[in-house]
Design a protein around this ligand. Structure first.
Ligand SMILES: Cc1cc2nc3c(=O)[nH]c(=O)nc-3n(C[C@H](O)[C@H](O)[C@H](O)COP(=O)(O)OP(=O)(O)OC[C@H]3O[C@@H](n4cnc5c(N)ncnc54)[C@H](O)[C@@H]3O)c2cc1C
Length: 544
């Protein structure tokens, strides 16, 4: 880190670039912060580890919640969010988010995001609002069933055209550069996938917008890059991380060798699809939801996910079956065209066959602890979007509140920086990445093996239903893996997989520690050893 650096003019020349604000991540949070800062006149660099539109934002289907209907009220949205969060939300953060919702939607409309309108005659007048689970009113703005795509592609195009925004694609941030004595950030090291070299980027301020950590589990609805890099980097830099035990699982993701992260929408269950265990020959077996909840397949997400997990663990099977084939083929094709087409492309005809499904890690409620200005514990370092724990979600996320959180807290960071940047000093000269004592690895199998091992035991021991014994087992394995990975990292040149693995093991450690310290069940954290919910809700805050 910076306090160990010896600066010289030769080192100085090797600093590749300097910018006002370095934004790590190009999803809804990163791009909206970039556009707002550019609008305020600052030079911004936006980094994405793959292509610009490669994060979770692109895949968001449902929409973005905001109070826009005259029958609705800000108070209703606040109360719905507090109820979903099971007593653990920070009410100030909830009110702040909800109050800024309508403005953020208006901003997206100004940027040109084509949300679905109420009807053709009223185009441009009034947005169509849907209602989702947990919301007492219609308040979800959407662009058909591909809201994230509409947001991400519109914002990416604007960012590419903006002369104040420099796009750095296919570059993986390895670590933040922090002056530990001053507790101030000065930039970051980026691994360039093209040149396979590490660049040093100096900045007056850095915004972490790297998304969630859901790839720490074997099954995830998220793209592969969701490896918790921002959370791990912030932790190493000295930031507090909170509420990491609250990982949200989606009950039904397609289980298929060639398609790891395709969601099978809850709408199928809404239209009568039933859940079954597979028989030993793979055929449709017992329908099981009646053993768990009177609402059967229409029970809330968490209950369905827990029931599936229970059956899979009880029977030792890799998936359960979701069957809608009793409905007319025409109905299925008409109502679920994209699910039907996607499954058919994999050789599965859902008008005739049951769909193999597993729950999958979907959303990281916890993250880097931030305040209402999106500031972290390190001066100049901000966090916005799924990487952050603003206090909005508490112990469980209300549907469609996450894109809203990205927009509101990206704006908060941009507003704060607009006030602060003029008085911020230029970053000092920084030491470039030192590779003089490492060599190329001849054992990439170690990285591949550890990736799989980590994600498998996190799934088996730290998943939807937990016990203290399983958590302790996981903690033991995390310790062993962490030592092995740190050793590997010290001796070999970094690669994108090694960078992600190092971050995943850190995130796994934070999740397990948080889960072990919570001696109750609340929201998404459900443990057989402490099934009751305490009267008083206390967040889990880990300090490095
Ligand atoms: C299938 C699916 C459906 C969803 N549906 C909804 C919905 O309907 N409504 C809703 O509100 N939410 C939904 N969500 C959740 C929501 O999409 C995410 O919470 C949100 O998009 C996160 O945005 P973000 O900007 O924080 O991060 P992301 O959009 O995930 O972007 C992360 C960015 O960080 C970059 N990055 C990560 N690590 C590094 C690194 N080390 N170096 C450089 N760059 C890095 C990535 O390349 C990417 O650009 C859904 C999520 C999924 C997966």
């Amino acid at each position: 880190m910076f306090d160990r650096f010896i600066l010289s003019s030769s080192l100085l020349r090797r600093v590749t670039s300097t910018t006002d604000v370095l934004i790590l991540g190009s999803g809804a949070a990163g791009l909206s912060a970039a556009l707002r800062l550019a609008e305020a006149g600052f030079q911004v660099s936006v980094v994405s580890k793959g292509t610009l539109a490669g994060g979770s934002t692109l895949w968001a289907q449902g929409g973005i919640s905001a109070v826009l209907d005259e029958d609705d009220s800000l108070e209703n949205h606040v109360q719905d969010t507090l109820v979903a969060g099971a007593g653990l939300c920070d009410e100030a953060a909830v009110r702040f988010t909800v109050e800024h919702g309508p403005d953020c939607i208006a901003w997206l409309v100004e940027q040109g995001v084509a949300f679905t309108q109420e009807d053709a005659e009223q185009r441009g007048q009034r947005l169509h609002l849907t209602r989702e689970g947990g919301h007492s009113h219609r308040r979800v703005v959407h662009a058909a069933d591909a809201t994230g795509r509409a947001v991400e592609t519109t914002l990416s195009e604007l960012a590419i055209e903006n002369p104040r925004i420099r796009i750095i694609e296919r570059s993986v941030a390895i670590d933040l550069i922090v002056d530990r004595s001053a507790r101030r950030v000065h930039g970051a090291y980026l691994y360039d996938r093209g040149t396979e070299r590490v660049q040093t980027v100096a900045a007056k301020a850095v915004i972490l917008a790297t998304g969630g950590a859901n790839q720490v589990y074997l099954y995830s609805s998220n793209p592969f890059g969701a490896s918790g890099d921002g959370i791990a980097m912030a932790w190493r830099a000295g930031c507090r991380v909170s509420n990491m035990e609250f990982m949200q699982f989606h009950p039904t993701t397609l289980y298929h060798r060639d398609s790891r992260s395709f969601l099978i929408s809850e709408a199928l269950r809404g239209e009568g699809a039933t859940l079954h265990v597979p028989n030993s020959d793979g055929s449709v077996g017992e329908r099981f939801m009646s053993r768990f909840d009177d609402r059967l397949e229409l029970a809330p997400r968490d209950i369905v996910a827990r029931a599936i997990d229970h059956e899979m663990k009880r029977l030792g099977v890799k998936h359960v079956l979701l069957d809608i084939s009793h409905k007319p083929a025409e109905f299925i094709r008409e109502h679920f065209p994209s699910i039907h087409a996607h499954c058919l492309s994999l050789g599965l005809d859902i008008t005739k066959d049951p769909i193999p499904v597993v729950p999958s890690a979907h959303f990281t409620c916890g993250g880097v602890q931030t305040d209402l200005n999106s500031r972290t514990d390190i001066a100049g370092l901000y966090a916005a979007g799924e990487v952050a724990n603003t206090g909005l979600h508490g112990a469980n996320r209300l549907a469609s509140n996450s894109l809203l959180e990205c927009l509101v807290f990206a704006k908060a960071a941009a507003d704060d920086l607009t006030r602060e940047l003029p008085d911020m000093a230029e970053p000092p000269p920084l030491k470039p990445w030192d590779e003089s004592r490492v060599s190329n690895s001849d054992e990439d199998v170690v990285v591949a093996h550890n990736w799989l091992e980590l994600r498998t035991f996190m799934w088996d021991y730290v998943g939807i239903v937990r016990t203290s014994k399983r958590l302790l087992r996981a903690q033991h394995r995390v310790d062993l893996l962490r030592r092995e990975i740190v050793e590997f990292y010290r001796h070999y040149r970094v690669t994108p997989h090694l960078i992600e693995l190092r971050n995943l093991v850190t995130v796994a450690e934070l999740i397990v520690r948080s889960a072990l310290s919570r001696r109750e069940s609340r929201g998404l954290h459900y443990t057989l050893d402490f099934p009751k919910t305490d009267d008083v809700a206390v967040p889990t805050i880990l300090t490095p």
